[in-house]
Design a protein around this ligand. Structure first.
Ligand SMILES: [Zn+2]
Length: 647
């Protein structure tokens, strides 16, 4: 086994040499008044408010190609039942008891606007198609999707990325839970039918960082329309990844932009490890024995709670020459054994998969391990895998899936769809869907896109990024670098708002732009939880700066403090940090100082201001703007010289 290849540290990887090819698929909910094919509102509901529910059993249907899709067939083999929760805000279209209406024109307009902003070619006529999905996420067994535009392009520092297509789609029903044995899946119908745009890039992305930047740019364009939904779950990214010698894998459901580069890195890691495992297994002459044995008799009086809880039946099989392989880590916190366990778990085996690489554990002792091995005549170089279940058929199905996956590891990396996990790794979901999934939706009439409609939308597009950069340079005097940074950042609206309000009150646009870009980056690197800072916090910071409540050098300290105590107002934060200097206090201190140094002032005249500055600044440096102190001091000194002071 090769070890210590250095991958996984995330540093020093030459992505060019690895032949990374990645593409993004971005799904964004549109903020329309009604759904894509009916007049129901696009609001999400609390599933406790469901007014009724119904049950469906879905079967894989043959597409026009006459073949049942591989992904669909696998889904069907789980034989699940689906329960749907309906609301007073959903109708018979969501229930699939009434045909869909016409495509929502408001959604089409937004899709066209986004297509034009991505420099895409819009189709002459929009045709709605059916895409098979039988995981139950759509009551009718397919998702409706309509191609709106093709052939767009984005530029990044690492090079151009083509945008293959933009489709208008209906969102799927939201999965609420899978019940105990895994046979019943509960869905909520409120989300079903909310219009989405699906934007797919070509596999032109070459580094993990570039993947994040492309997602960011597309996200910015989407938000700049002001017509997309915001907040958690309203935008979802899928990533297609392959490396030289690896396979195409689609990772679904990335909700956090910051995770994108991490997910790409971890998938590269997984594929490289799997390539190593394949070589190792072939060198060892490993083989998978498709012989499943009932091992329940070994565990009849077992102390293992895990096995007893699962229902008492245990089935096992032997992977010849696999010792140590299942314990090999593929991604942070995920071993090859975890990968196999994903397949067992699909069949509702509560315990997943237990293997001899990790035993003794789970209350399974040496005696039981020895008996397991003897059933298969397994040597030290073999690995025995077991599943604990309530029924024989469940155990056999789960093990068969595990054995097939183990065998595939000797041939290479299977193409598959995976689910993004919160730590940046991923888990198996289903095979990669084949091409035979689409066929025309005859219930929805095609929509012709006329030139006038397109022209009208094109004439009122939001400001492009390039235009904004130029404007910031001219209007606010930002340099090119800073204008570019703040224009690209998601805070550009906030920047404009603050400058508009406080720019005339002495707050410099450059300072605001630096704070919202460079300072944010620096604090993020320090690990400051910037997500705790709201737009209102920033507005208050610059309002108080304009009121001379503190000196500009203190801004990073204030941001750090508020990030740790977001419940405090900016005023309170300034007090608690000890910047809490009211201008009245400063005035008093200056009055006292001036009174004390009266003779000195009368002797030196206005030249006394310099030395007195030293005294006042010693107390207020970093808390009050020096210019402001100088101004106050001058006034007071002049008062004394004019004989206005009675002290
Ligand atoms: Zn409806």
């Amino acid at each position: 086994m090769k070890t210590g290849t250095g991958i996984g540290t995330g540093t020093g990887i030459d992505y060019d040499k690895m032949g990374l090819k990645a593409g993004l698929e971005i799904h964004q909910q549109l903020d329309t008044r009604t759904k894509l094919f009916c007049k129901c509102p696009t609001t999400l509901r609390d599933n406790k408010d469901s007014t009724y529910s119904f049950i469906r059993y879905l079967r894989a249907s043959k597409s026009e190609m006459g073949e049942v899709d591989k992904a669909a067939r696998e889904e069907e083999s789980y034989s699940r039942t689906f329960l749907y929760k309906a609301y007073d805000s959903t109708c018979l279209v969501e229930n699939d008891e009434e045909p869909p209406g016409e495509l929502n024109p408001e959604a089409i307009d937004i899709a066209l606007e986004i297509a034009l902003m991505l420099n895409m070619k819009v189709v002459d006529e929009i045709h709605t198609m059916r895409k098979i999905v039988i995981d139950g996420s759509n009551t009718c067994g397919f998702q409706r999707t309509a191609l709106v535009a093709t052939d767009g392009r984005l530029t990044t520092e690492e090079g151009g990325v083509r945008i293959d297509s933009l489709c208008l789609e209906e969102d799927a029903a939201q999965k609420i839970e899978t019940t105990g044995t895994g046979n019943m899946v509960v869905y909520s119908l409120d989300r079903l039918g909310i219009p989405l745009v699906e934007i797919s890039t070509a596999p032109d992305i070459r580094t993990p960082e570039q993947a994040r930047k492309v997602a960011e740019q597309i996200g910015m364009i989407l938000r700049s329309t002001g017509k997309v939904k915001r907040g958690l779950g309203t935008i979802r990214q899928d990533i297609n990844i392959s490396i030289e010698g690896g396979a195409r894998v689609e990772i679904k459901g990335v909700q956090n932009l910051r995770l994108i580069s991490e997910i790409v890195k971890n998938e590269i890691l997984r594929q490289r490890k799997l390539i190593e495992l394949k070589e190792e297994l072939n060198n060892r002459g490993a083989r998978v024995e498709h012989r499943i044995e009932d091992l329940s008799f070994i565990f009849k009086d077992t102390d293992s709670k895990v096995i007893n809880r699962a229902g008492g039946k245990v089935f096992g099989a032997c992977l010849r020459g696999f010792a140590g392989i299942l314990g090999t880590e593929l991604q942070p916190g995920r071993r090859f054994g975890t990968e196999l366990a994903d397949f067992a778990a699909k069949y509702g085996t509560g315990t997943g998969l237990i293997h001899t690489d990790e035993l003794p554990a789970y209350g399974i002792g040496e005696a039981e391990i020895a008996r397991m091995r003897s059933v298969f005549n397994a040597s030290e170089s073999d690995c025995v895998v077991i599943v604990a279940v309530a029924e024989r058929s469940q155990g056999e199905k789960a093990l068969r899936a595990v054995l097939n996956r183990a065998e595939a590891a000797m041939r290479g990396i299977p193409e598959e769809t995976r689910r993004a996990l919160p730590n940046g790794s991923s888990a198996y979901m289903r095979p990669l869907p084949g091409a035979a999934r689409m066929y025309p939706e005859t219930d929805v009439p095609p929509v012709e896109i006329d030139v006038q409609r397109l022209k009208a939308i094109g004439s009122r597009l939001p400001e492009t990024f390039e235009h904004r950069v130029t404007r910031y340079k001219q209007q606010f005097g930002l340099n090119n670098e800073l204008a570019t940074k703040v224009s690209r950042s998601s805070n550009f609206n906030l920047f404009e708002l603050i400058v508009e309000r406080y720019g005339g009150k002495g707050v410099s646009p450059t300072l605001v732009a630096r704070t919202l870009t460079d300072t944010m980056v620096e604090l993020m690197r320090e690990g400051v939880e910037l997500e705790n800072l709201t737009e209102q916090h920033f507005i208050d910071i610059f309002r108080l700066l304009a009121e001379h409540a503190f000196a500009k050098e203190a801004i990073p300290d204030i941001m750090r403090f508020i990030a740790s105590k977001p419940e405090l107002s900016v005023e309170r934060a300034i007090e608690e940090i000890g910047l809490g200097v009211s201008i009245r206090d400063v005035e008093r201190f200056i009055e006292d100082t001036v009174a004390l140094k009266r003779d000195f002032i009368l002797e030196k005249g206005e030249r006394a201001v310099g030395p007195l500055m030293g005294i006042v600044m010693a107390k207020y440096r970093g808390k009050v703007d020096g210019k402001e102190i100088n101004r106050l001091l001058k006034t007071k000194v002049q008062q004394i010289l004019r004989g206005e002071s009675d002290k």
